[in-house]
Write a new protein. Sequence first.
Length: 99
Amino acid sequence: MPIYWNFDRIPELTGLTEEERGRFVLHVVRKSFRHWQTWAGLIACGACTALGSVVGAKLGSGLLGAAAGGGIGGLLYGQALVYVARRYYADAVLRGHAS
């Protein structure tokens, strides 16, 4: 599974202007929260942050551990969100639905 670091790398959104891409992303991300995978990614983000904080506190810096855990959790959440959103992008671009 490829990792998309920004929205202009998503194949369904190539060729769109930055403004169009932003509208489609916002439209599709709202729909993505209807799926359990998106919520699981969000919960994983919180869990990684909490786990990082606990491990970091045992090693001397809970804040640094929370930041590292949050970064890893954010990556997991972002990938879950893109996985779900890609189901909607092609259809939204074809229909021109981005309000």
